[in-house]
Design a binder for this molecule. Sequence first.
Ligand code: 4NP
Length: 171
Amino acid sequence: MLDNKTEEYLHALRDKHKIRILFVCLGNICRSPAAEGVMQSLVDSHDESRRFCIDSAGTANYHTGELPDKRMRVHAQRRGYDLTHHARQFKVSDFDDFDLILGMDDYNLSTLRSKARDEQDERKIMAMGKFISPIYHYDHVPDPYYEGSEGFELVLDLLEDATCNLYKQLS
Ligand code: 4NP
């Protein structure tokens, strides 16, 4: 699942006063705002909201300013997540403002890597798929935009699993 270098980096973050996490997808209206909502809810449930700063962004700017896709909000709401993020595009200064930058799929990851200025930026970029339990047989979070409701449910299943595994690494 996680290589030694990644585990070391994550374990070092445990000592930080504040851990800053940015979830990134393409449009910032489906997967990454859902990841933000699920992770926020998880840290809130552990009374750890002060220890985490959680945000999301898209590599593209198609939907800047918009609330998450209505379908994503409806499916998330059914599981108790209220998604209120307004879409924004990823910016290079996010490398300074976050400790972890989690891309949902290979396309998002290669865009992020192309923007990294140095090794320190690169170290912060990780695949969300690395945190998905093997039982799911997914190494990425698939884009649900052109899918039906099963696609949105699958995204939420994968995100609940991956955020839980991420949280364990940071606790
Ligand atoms: P997301 O999904 O990257 O999970 O927010 C998408 C949202 C919008 C588009 C593609 C994917 N789009 O092509 O507009």
